[in-house]
Design a protein around this ligand. Structure first.
Ligand code: 1HN
Length: 346
């Protein structure tokens, strides 16, 4: 027996003997515990809306929104099977509500966002105010605020949900409760928060009720117009085209404390430079077509598709038409903890 096999056998024997004491040797796992750079188990993936839409609509005949509480198909990352996660920290799903249905009021410590994918005329109520949802609108549900959804539309309405579920699970700080009624009392008229907080004006007596934006609905009409004006007036970023962050107007910071949300315009013919960042990011195509190129493959996207780029995976965005992408990630958390990094090829 040579020295190497002898030490291997001796070490394995040692590991077996210490295991019952819940002890393991750091030197066997050090490189994996402290990698030289992120190597996410999450993988890039694209969900083509036209392909999944039949299954989503079929769920409408299987269960009501009331029985389901939320009738959602989870977009689970193929590299994170069983976790209900699309990145290590974020959850995403597509929610269906049919004409006349109600998704009953509840609240939880998880923060949620919605991006309306298909159909106009459903509504969501958040913290005493109702807003009608239209395609492309961005809506937030701050943690621990009552929220319920309903639909007066004459067709199915679908939106993308993004929540910080894996992050809250990691910290073991999830709480939830049902209001016990379908809908919460609506105490302010529709459009109230947009008027108060969405017009570069703030009430003098404004006191934050939580860390998230007091403006809870960001109409697509406005963000689309802003992007169009930016594109007329300036030069696109080499990696991102024209990209903006949804902000909390009271702070200028991100709209939610745990989730960063962004919207960007890639003009027709845009060929983005390589980019990677430590915040694994979920993209949703509001309009347009293009592809994102990875070092080892290309995904082609069209309207209403959703795709994910994990942490530190280099990618380049190309647009064959004027394209508007919505995206979200855990960037505010990483930045608050001084962990966030990015690398640009240009
Ligand atoms: C939730 O409350 C909603 O309010 C959507 O629409 C998805 C996933 C897990 C837990 C709560 C919603 C959710 C959720």
């Amino acid at each position: 027996m040579n020295a190497a096999t002898d030490s291997r056998a001796a070490r394995d024997d040692y590991y077996r003997r210490i295991a019952p004491q819940q002890l393991t040797p750091l030197w066997e796992s050090m490189a994996a515990l402290v990698p030289e750079q992120p190597r996410s188990p999450a993988v890039p993936h694209l969900w083509r809306y036209d392909d999944l839409r039949p299954a989503l609509l079929e769920s409408g005949a299987l269960i009501t929104a009331r029985e389901a509480v939320r009738r959602v198909l989870i977009l689970e990352n193929p590299g994170l099977a069983g976790s209900s996660a699309i990145t290590q920290s974020m959850y995403a799903g597509l929610q269906l509500i049919l004409p006349g249905e109600v998704a009953p009021s509840h609240r939880h410590t998880q923060t949620a966002l919605r991006l309306i994918v298909e159909g106009d005329g459903a509504y969501t109520a958040v913290d005493g105010e109702r807003v009608t949802m239209r395609r492309g609108d961005f809506i937030i549900t701050p943690g621990w605020t009552w929220h319920d959804h309903g639909s007066d539309a004459d067709q199915p309405v679908v939106w993308l949900d993004g929540l910080d579920i894996p992050l809250v699970r990691f910290f073991d700080c999830g709480f939830a409760e049902n209001l016990g009624t379908d809908t919460q009392p609506v105490v302010r008229p529709e459009g109230d928060s947009l008027a108060r907080y969405g017009a570069t004006l703030m009430p003098l007596d404004f006191e934050p009720r939580h860390a998230a934006s007091p403006l809870f609905a960001y109409p697509y009409e406005r963000s689309r117009d802003t992007l169009a004006r930016l594109a007329r007036g300036g030069v696109p970023d080499a990696c991102h085209g024209y990209k903006l962050q949804f902000t909390n107007p009271a702070t200028g910071g991100p709209a939610m404390p745990t989730i960063g949300a962004f919207i960007q315009l890639l003009p027709q013919g845009f060929v983005g430079a390589g980019y990677r960042s430590t915040d694994g990011t979920v993209f949703h195509v509001i309009e347009g077509r293009g592809d994102y190129r990875l070092d080892d493959g290309t995904f082609t996207f069209g309207p209403r598709d959703t795709f994910v780029v994990p942490s530190w995976v280099r990618h380049r965005l190309h647009a064959s038409e004027d394209t508007v992408l919505f995206s979200f990630s855990d960037r505010p958390v990483q930045r608050a903890l001084s962990l966030w990094r990015e690398q640009r090829d240009a």
